[in-house]
Write a protein that binds this ligand. Structure first.
Ligand SMILES: Nc1ncnc2c1ncn2[C@@H]1O[C@H](COP(=O)(O)OP(=O)(O)OP(=O)(O)O)[C@@H](O)[C@H]1O
Ligand SMILES: [Mg+2]
Length: 393
């Protein structure tokens, strides 16, 4: 019955992927400049669950007949982490993602050339091992690392130059870009390094994307006036589905849901038009039953724990101070000193927790102070408190 995609399925086929016509056309126009020799660079932002990953995977499919498209999910950097998360974890993941894209490309095959690339870069081949048949150099000295970094960063250009008769360009989509904040090194310095490489490239296009609050410092570091890419990156925010789009989407894809007028309005208020919540909540509603406002309210209460699994998991991993900061913000946004007062500690004592919660995009900072990022998560905390007399610590 439920033909709607699961809330955690972001690899949607053409029957599942809805609308985004204008967004796609705008981004495509920019990415296509790659063909003419430019290096379009796009920062795709938007709140959690709005559909950034789904959109990039769709673009990947649309482009991969003419371009080599590399999709890289930075949350996988961790698997290359040794003691610290450094730019080399990033480089190894980037390298692996490029090789994977080559493997899956049906327009070019350059497997053997990879070895040639290593040779021209002076990597000794006895220092190569392979994982999944992907040759990986064994890095020992500082010098090896430095060489590998330039090698990987230059690889897209190398590939384009070698294959330009077959491809229009190389497109690189870096998802979960906010993971860079977890690097145990100067992130800004790293961004400037990436920028300096990209600047000299031709026929390569980039999208950086991730769940970042619009007020996120990382966005300023990337795209702000003094940011590494300031002035030469296109900052594009993916918006939630408007009311009409949501209504039409459900009419088209889930016509067994019988909303009354006030029912669909309430549904929209509950989900805020965030596709993740739209799909997840709609999948839990009973088919062929009248869904009026009252029914939606009671179904939403029941559905909350399921809708929020991704956030409640994070919630239970927080330390006590972090949890108490969040609950202090349930009623209204607060300034740092007000939070500290509520917790009975000094303002200095909550600095680390605030940063960590911001990095996890659980709270964000605005001119009114700190606030809970996800309004549905906030609703859940409120409900828990109302029903149980306490927050779920
Ligand atoms: N165009 C679309 N049509 C139908 N469903 C969509 C669309 N875009 C997103 N969705 C739904 O929303 C869910 C969340 O999308 P996605 O994972 O792309 O969001 P995101 O912005 O990447 O979130 P995060 O910031 O958590 O990475 C998808 O799994 C899918 O169910
Ligand atoms: Mg995503």
């Amino acid at each position: 019955m439920a033909s709607l995609p699961l809330g955690n399925d972001n690899d949607l086929d053409d029957t599942q992927f809805y609308n985004r016509v204008e967004e796609i056309s705008f981004i495509c126009d920019n990415l296509e400049l790659t063909k003419k020799g430019s290096t379009p660079t796009i920062l795709l932002t938007g709140i959690r669950g709005v559909g950034k990953t789904a959109l990039m995977k769709k673009l990947k499919k649309d482009f991969q007949n003419d371009y080599l498209v590399v999709y890289m999910d930075l949350s996988a950097m961790d698997k290359f982490k040794k003691n610290e998360l450094t730019r080399f974890s990033f480089m190894k993941l980037f390298y692996e993602s490029i090789i994977k894209a080559l493997r899956h490309s049906n327009i070019i095959t350059i497997d053997t050339q990879i070895l040639k690339y290593f040779k021209t870069r002076n990597f000794k081949l006895d220092k190569l091992k392979s994982v999944d048949k992907i040759p990986i150099p064994i890095l020992k000295s500082e010098e090896d690392y430095a060489k590998f970094t330039t090698f990987v960063m230059d690889l897209p250009q190398q590939i384009y130059d070698d294959c330009k008769d077959h491809i229009d360009g190389v497109l690189i989509f870096m998802d979960e870009f906010q993971m860079l904040k977890q690097l145990d090194e100067d992130v800004n310095g790293f961004l400037w390094y990436i920028r300096s490489v990209i600047q000299s490239q031709k026929h390569i296009g980039y999208i950086f994307s991730g769940s970042m609050s619009v007020k996120d410092e990382l966005i300023a570091d990337i795209a702000g006036q003094k940011g590494a890419f300031g002035g030469r990156i296109l900052n594009y925010e993916l918006k939630t589905f408007p009311f009409n789009t949501t209504e039409n989407y459900l009419k088209e894809k889930a016509n067994y849901l019988k909303f009354t007028d006030d029912g669909i309005e309430r549904f929209y208020k509950c989900t805020n038009g965030i596709p993740y919540y739209v799909n997840s909540f709609a999948r839990l509603l009973p088919p062929n039953e009248e869904l009026n406002e009252k029914k939606i309210i009671s179904e939403f209460k029941k559905a909350l724990p399921y809708l929020l699994i991704h956030l409640t998991n994070e919630w239970y991993k927080l330390n006590n101070q972090e949890q108490r900061i969040i609950t202090a913000l349930v009623e209204k946004p607060l300034k740092r000193i007000e939070i500290a007062n509520k917790l009975g500690v000094t303002s200095g004592a909550i600095g680390a927790s605030l940063k960590s919660l911001q990095n996890k995009t659980l709270i964000e900072l605005d001119k009114d102070g700190y606030m809970i990022y996800d309004s549905i998560f906030k609703a859940w905390l409120k409900k828990e408190y109302e029903e149980k007399g306490n927050y779920p610590y």
